[in-house]
Ligand binder design. Structure first.
Ligand SMILES: O=P(O)(O)O[C@H]1O[C@H](CO)[C@@H](O)[C@H]1O
Ligand SMILES: O=c1cc[nH]c(=O)[nH]1
Length: 366
């Protein structure tokens, strides 16, 4: 009998080197991944036994280490890991979440960038919510994801949920629209991310959690003065030529070629383009971690290439995915009784202050 995908997975990556993974194999992979990525108490288990054998594990790009820091004490309560491109966006999100879940820092302390001394990524912790910047493009996200997944393991986190809060270009979708990714596609419209490991090319499925996407969509309010939709996301390795822009330093195709490409994307159900979703989906799926991608469109690419929306408007748009994700986090914490206990800890129940739509200070930085 030919080996199944599970047999192949159990014998390491070389055995399943191939360019495509069939749909029926993804389901088999899903249940296999669930089995091997959790300990019996529900905490995160790594798919790399080398780590257990190491005296210490230095999470170099986070400026943390398994011996130098008490990672269980520092991060053991994390339930949500929210990521986005810029340090400022994630700092703003952390402040926003403090209000949303009524979290107060110990008297006399301020929100600190935990990874400041890495000079790479920024990380803020607000109770069960970690807010981390990931930079631009898949290599930057890949490094961060390896270290964040290892952090979840060292900290013994229970079933963490990862959410990317980003920006994107809309394909036939107007600026300001919030887009939840249904499937992340690579430049060749494959629902997987291509890795080169030891010189071999392998693909891992870029699967996000469909139930989580639907739940996020259900939290869009009819009163929101903008649309929230679900659709396919194209993930590219470049902002200019890679996204069919005519305004890069180079362009060797015509406007007609570009429009034909965008129409082709549309006919495949693609509603937006960004630069991180396939690696984010592939690595969370490989780690058995529930994940979603929520972006706001900064422009409709059918109308142009330049991002020329006024800064204040763009700043307000960028808060929209954050508002949706905050509703989700509040809902989960309320369902598990944790929201109440966070509030009780304060001694009073605060009604969360609505996010101020324009924050002068943040505008100055973004
Ligand atoms: O707004 P963020 O999350 O940084 O993401 C988008 O913006 C960057 C390009 O401007 C790319 O990284 C793209 O994915
Ligand atoms: O067009 C856009 C806008 C934001 N981010 C992208 O990757 N592309």
């Amino acid at each position: 009998m030919p080996p199944t995908i599970t047999d192949n997975l159990e014998h390491g990556f070389k055995a399943h080197c191939r360019t495509q993974i069939q749909d029926d194999e993804v389901d088999e992979m899903d249940s296999y991944v669930k089995r091997i990525t959790r300990y019996s108490d529900g905490t995160v288990k790594l798919r790399n036994s080398n780590i257990e054998l190491m005296d210490q594990d230095i999470l170099y790009h986070l400026a943390l280490g398994s011996e130098s820091h008490d990672l269980v004490e520092m991060f053991g309560d994390v339930r949500f890991v929210c990521m986005g491109g810029t340090p400022k966006r994630m700092e703003n999100f952390a402040h926003f979440m403090m209000d949303e879940i009524g979290y107060k820092l110990p008297a006399g302390t301020m929100l600190q960038d935990i990874s400041a001394y890495s000079y790479r990524y920024s990380m803020y912790k607000v109770g069960p919510v970690l807010c981390v910047s990931h930079g631009m493009g898949t290599p930057s996200v890949s490094i961060l994801m390896h270290e964040m997944i290892k952090l979840m393991y060292h900290a013994k986190c229970m079933d963490p949920v990862f959410i990317r809060i980003g920006t994107c270009g809309g394909v036939g979708i107007e600026g300001g629209t919030v887009i939840i990714t249904e499937d992340a596609l690579d430049g060749q419209l494959r629902n997987s991310h291509e890795f080169t490991i030891l010189g071999e090319t392998i693909h891992r499925p870029a699967k996000l959690d469909k139930k989580l996407s639907r739940e996020l969509k259900s939290l869009a309010s009819p009163d929101d003065p903008y649309d929230t939709i679900i659709g396919k996301t194209l993930c590219t390795n470049d902002f200019y030529e890679g996204q069919g822009r005519l305004d890069g330093a180079f362009c060797e195709f015509s406007e007609a070629d570009k429009m034909a490409y965008l129409e082709k994307l549309r006919s495949h159900g693609v509603v937006n383009i960004e630069m991180e979703s396939t690696i984010f989906a592939a690595l969370t799926h490989h780690a058995g971690i529930k994940a979603a991608v929520v972006c706001v469109a900064l422009l409709n690419r059918l109308n142009g290439d330049q991002v020329n929306t006024p800064k204040e408007v763009m700043h307000e748009w960028q808060q929209r995915p954050q508002i949706l994700v905050a509703r989700y986090i509040r809902k989960v914490l309320a369902q598990t009784g944790q929201l109440k206990s966070l509030f009780d800890h304060q001694g009073s129940i605060k009604s969360p202050r609505r996010f101020k739509l324009v924050q002068q200070e943040s505008q100055a930085h973004e």
